[in-house]
Design a protein around this ligand. Structure first.
Ligand SMILES: O=P(O)(O)OC[C@H]1O[C@H](O[C@H]2O[C@H](CO)[C@@H](O)[C@H](O)[C@H]2O)[C@H](O)[C@@H](O)[C@@H]1O
Length: 282
């Protein structure tokens, strides 16, 4: 395998393998597992976007998948009995803008709230959800307003507070104030924590729900899922025996395998596309 793995260990999905296995053994175990999943009867390749396909950048609209990752996705989605899905925390419109993916790639936005699976997607909120979303908008825009380096991202079912550009003391203040007001004024909201982002939403769907739904829609016999952030852990926990979970970067994880970041994820996808194109399927 050409992927430059940072071997934090290999273990069944659901385990936390960090540091459990010597470097060479982990790399071999990962190569073996990739070889096995490449032969799945119907393979679903589900991929997080930011921090997995695309390196992190300060402006969310500027994020793009690495060219090698984009190329591997196009090769995978062109293979028979192979589905590719992007499973992102971004609003679907934002994902469509940055991912530049063909229509054959399935898209899941807002951590499992929005789907582009068969035609146009639309999120229709109930009156109660609209009211809750309105309360969240007020709370988060008022909380961010005093700070130039904090911005609010609008999503169909919620809002995200971005603090990447703020210093630590401002970040601490803003997050505490947002949580205090949401607890008091919008307690039904779902909180999601990510890298320099705190989101509140009116729906509690997760990437685990998305993996389960995509597995059903595609009829996949095995799932490959790669992600980097806290919310991707729901996706890793939805994997089963015979699936393949790949963590991008540092942090505790339920994924069985880990690489250093987006360039290494792209190498693994390249290997997977190559293997699946040339191996028979089971
Ligand atoms: O599930 P993902 O596809 O990983 O989306 C998670 C969040 O990604 C975006 O924010 C993150 O990436 C930005 C661009 O690199 C970065 O500036 C920000 O600090 C990160 O949190 C997106 O803006 C969010 O809506 C997603 O929830």
């Amino acid at each position: 395998m050409s992927a430059d793995t940072t071997p934090t260990g290999a273990a069944p999905a659901g385990a936390t393998p960090a540091g459990a296995t010597p470097a060479g053994a982990a790399e071999t175990a990962m190569a073996d597992a990739l070889g096995r999943i490449a032969t799945a009867g119907h393979l679903l390749v589900a991929l997080d976007f930011d921090g997995t396909l695309a390196p992190e950048v300060d402006a969310p609209r500027a994020a793009r998948a690495l060219p090698e990752a984009q190329d591997a996705i196009l090769r995978l989605v062109a293979l028979p009995d192979t589905s590719v899905a992007l499973v992102s925390g971004r609003a679907l419109d934002s994902l469509i803008e940055v991912a530049e993916a063909p229509n054959t790639v399935l898209l899941v936005g807002s951590h499992g709230v929005e789907y582009r699976v068969d035609g146009e997607a639309e999120v229709s909120l109930s009156p109660e959800e609209q009211k809750l979303r309105g309360a969240l908008e007020t709370i988060l825009t008022e909380t961010a307003a005093p700070y130039d380096d904090v911005h609010v991202e609008e999503k169909p079912a919620g809002f995200a507070l971005h603090t990447r550009l703020a210093d630590e003391s401002v970040t601490d203040l803003v997050l505490a104030e947002a949580r205090r007001r949401v607890a008091a004024e919008a307690p039904a909201a779902t909180e999601r924590v990510g890298k320099n982002v705190l989101e509140f939403a009116v729906r509690s769907a997760s990437k685990g729900d998305a993996i389960a739904r995509l597995r059903e829609i595609t009829g996949a016999s095995a799932v490959f899922f790669a992600g980097d952030d806290v919310t991707d852990e729901d996706g890793f926990r939805a994997l089963a025996a015979g699936d393949f979970g790949l963590k991008s970067g540092h942090g505790d994880t339920a994924a069985a395998y880990r690489v250093a970041g987006p360039p290494e994820v792209a190498h693994v996808l390249d290997d997977l596309a190559e293997l699946r194109a040339h191996l028979g399927r089971s």
